[in-house]
Design a protein around this ligand. Structure first.
Ligand code: NAD
Ligand code: UDP
Ligand code: UDP
Length: 316
């Protein structure tokens, strides 16, 4: 099969490409390298079944493919808030273009949506029926409202033009290849602990998240694409931790002497988040298999290797 992965040079996209290439598919990786990096897909660059296309999805593009995994969009608050108008364009115009492409070539289209569409949830854990509690005018809105529109577009192309869609609502995912300066909590804490800097806890650290290891997530995406259910389907790990617990865990694993420091909680930061994965279990036979510690071990090892190879100020 010819499969397009938008955002394929990014964190989740590159792990997905590894799986698709290993399964023998022909893969087109489309990316503008905003937060993605060539090193993530380096091993495939010379492979005859792999093609890299540097392109911004806010511009139309004509390609011939059988399936589209649509992941292009910065996912970390630091990056998606850097240029919020661009983030909206990517979610709205970019998703429109990819749906237009899917319609023209009759490709199955999977949207990487997010738990952020539930906003700061009043219902816990979050099931797919919950419609969310989202601020339309806050600093996170470019991303969460953008993804809500992306879901709406997908369902409208489905109803109006018969586009074969799948919608995944991805919860916090972590693992090797996250950027050192990604800004998300797992990468921040691991890098800080490895470098002997204090771990920065925003607020009092009592807010919760549920962390899914990237290999589990990719398995869920592949099953959703292969199955008959349109979705939306939550994909995430239901094990819930406070941010303080996460900091302590990483501290113990990397550097028990690392300090923690408390910083202000960003605006509209969700208080609690945990997926209800009943649908994913029933529809896809899917549930996470990697618990936090083994997943963190792999992540820490990857960061350790990369940080060792970064130029230090003295040698730069
Ligand atoms: P990432 O930032 O590593 O990857 C996003 C990729 O999209 C990057 O390679 C980036 O260069 C590319 N991109 C961004 N804007 C683009 C544009 N206009 N045109 C072409 N390429 C563009 O993030 P990720 O963690 O791999 O997330 C991938 C997808 O999964 C995103 O859509 C994100 O919203 C979704 N998601 C991720 C998480 C998570 O915890 N990682 C949670 C929920 C949803
Ligand atoms: N589009 C694209 N590649 C294609 C087909 C469409 O980028 O192969 C874009 C197209 O330029 C348009 C969007 O997708 O901006 C929506 O396409 P659709 O055909 O639904 O709408 P229309 O072109 O009729 O406005
Ligand atoms: N967070 C933190 N310290 C950091 C980065 C993030 O305490 O250095 C907190 C953040 O305020 C949020 C949680 O960790 O409550 C998860 O943040 P992240 O940006 O990883 O994901 P999201 O908020 O999008 O779920």
């Amino acid at each position: 099969m010819r499969i397009l992965v938008t955002g394929g040079a990014g964190f989740i996209g590159s792990h997905l490409i590894d799986r698709l290439m290993e399964a023998g598919h022909e893969v087109l990786c489309l990316d503008n390298f905003y937060t993605g990096h060539k090193r993530n897909i380096l091993r495939w660059l010379d492979h005859p079944y792999f093609e890299l296309i540097r392109h911004d999805i806010t511009e139309p593009i004509r390609l011939e493919v059988d399936q589209i995994y649509h992941l292009a969009c910065p996912a970390s608050p630091v990056h998606y808030q850097y240029n919020p108008v661009k983030t909206i364009k990517t979610n709205v115009i970019g998703t429109l273009n990819m749906l237009g492409l899917a319609k023209r070539v009759r490709a199955r289209f999977l949207l990487a949506s997010t738990s952020e569409i539930y906003g700061d949830p009043e219902v816990h854990p979050q099931a797919e029926e919950y419609r969310g509690n989202v601020n339309t005018i806050g600093i996170r809105s470019c991303y969460d409202e953008g993804k809500r529109v992306a879901e709406t577009l997908a369902f409208d192309y489905h109803r109006q033009n018969d586009v074969d869609i799948r919608v995944a609502r991805i919860f916090n995912t972590y693992g090797p290849r996250m950027l050192e300066n990604d800004g998300r909590v797992v990468s921040n804490f691991v890098v800080q602990a490895l470098q002997g800097n204090p771990l920065t806890i925003y607020g009092d650290g009592s807010q919760t998240r549920s962390f899914c290891y990237v290999a589990d997530l990719v398995e869920g995406l592949i099953r959703l694409m292969a199955g008959d259910h349109v979705g939306p389907v939550n994909l995430g790990n239901p094990d819930e931790y406070t941010i303080l617990e996460l900091a302590k865990t990483i501290q113990t694993m990397v550097n028990p002497d690392a300090a923690v420091k408390f910083e202000p909680l960003p605006q509209d930061d969700p208080r609690r988040r945990r997926p209800d994965i009943t649908r994913a279990k029933h529809w896809l036979g899917w549930q996470p298999t990697v618990s936090l510690k083994p997943g963190l071990e792999k992540t820490i090892q990857d960061f350790r290797q990369r940080l060792e190879h970064l130029p230090t100020p003295a040698s730069a």
